[in-house]
Design a protein around this ligand. Structure first.
Ligand SMILES: [Zn+2]
Length: 331
């Protein structure tokens, strides 16, 4: 049965976050930084060489001509976005495969995206798609499934995630063809790890793009999705927002699904504050998602002292709010 796991998963993330905070102070004392490994299953609807050809033509395959090395390089960049934002997580491509679900229907390439987006409450006709994907996922013990689409497949016009901070039965992402771009993949996996649009940063600063004349422009962090400030241009920094951080000098940036550029900031610009701190949310949820397809970590619930009960009630109330927000913010 597919149920909404958002509430449970986020409460678990909060509990783990509290636990991790205690562990982290020990880890810092010993100099160790625990990194969560999130295993990916990447599926695509065409033969590998055909699927990759467009990116090679656009010179955006990281110099690779084979699917495996390309995906490793690409998700290495996604990992870099998280790690440079202080989130100790690694995205590992456990397996990639060309799939053919034409036995399920003539419009399967589009229907699969809708099924993944609707995984919380699939229609009867969508269930076989999820079952097919789950069979493959089980084989490779993947924590997250990514469906990398072909151009013009009549599916959703934008990229999407199956949930915001939901359970393992909603841990799906579909990416448009150009949406395989690292900031887009980081954004959509960021939703699975509880990240929300309003946690992103949107600011203005004078910076240059690939060595042009520095101009007052808009910059954004990866989770930001909102209307523009209307300046000369805007670029996504390949970073998540993080309270108390700023950027200066050379930084990876691009249009959301555009090629990598270098944005040069002559002076410091803020990259987060208490209200714009996706990194903390992602770091709390990363160990939960990494354990979706391995033995779940034991969570020690504190003895039911009045304070403990009050704390749990608070956590679940917060999780309920997050789940509610998740339903509204899904995109
Ligand atoms: Zn989004």
């Amino acid at each position: 049965m597919r149920t909404n796991g958002a509430r449970t998963a986020f409460a678990l993330a909060l509990l783990l976050g509290l636990g991790t905070a205690a562990i982290a102070s020990d880890a810092q004392a010993s100099g160790a930084t625990p990194t969560s490994t999130i295993d990916l299953l990447v599926v695509y609807p065409r033969p590998a060489s055909e699927q990759l050809a467009g990116l090679i033509l656009w010179n955006r395959s990281w110099g690779e001509t084979e699917m495996g090395p390309f995906l490793d390089a690409n998700f290495g960049r996604v990992t870099q976005i998280y790690q440079q934002s202080g989130v100790p997580v690694e995205f590992r491509v456990a397996h990639s495969e060309s799939i053919d679900l034409s036995s399920l229907g003539p419009n399967w390439k589009a229907t699969l995206s809708f099924a993944l987006m609707n995984s919380e409450s699939p229609t009867a006709s969508q269930v076989p798609y999820l079952d097919a994907i789950e069979s493959l996922r089980d084989l490779h013990a993947a924590d997250i499934v990514i469906y990398w689409r072909q151009p013009s497949d009549n599916g959703p016009t934008s990229n999407g995630a199956g949930s915001v901070g939901g359970g393992e039965d909603e841990a799906y992402v579909h990416l448009t063809y150009s949406g395989i771009n690292p900031p887009v993949a980081a954004h959509e996996t960021g939703h699975l790890l509880g990240g929300q649009h309003q946690e992103g940063v949107q600011g203005s600063a004078t910076f240059s793009i690939d060595g042009d004349t520095a101009t007052l422009r808009e910059y954004r962090s990866v989770m930001t999705a909102t209307s523009t400030l209307g300046l000369d241009a805007f670029r996504y920094l390949w970073r998540f927002s993080q309270a108390g951080t700023s950027i200066t000098g050379s930084n990876d940036c691009s249009e959301f699904s555009g090629a990598l550029s270098i944005c040069e900031f002559p002076s410091s610009a803020p990259l987060g504050d208490a209200d714009h701190d996706a990194a903390t949310t992602l770091a709390a949820m990363a160990p939960v998602v990494a354990a979706f397809r391995t033995a779940a970590p034991a969570v020690q619930v504190p003895a039911a002292s009045p304070l403990g009960v009050a704390l749990l009630a608070l956590l679940f109330a917060l999780a309920g709010l997050r789940a509610l927000a998740a339903r509204r913010a899904r995109a």
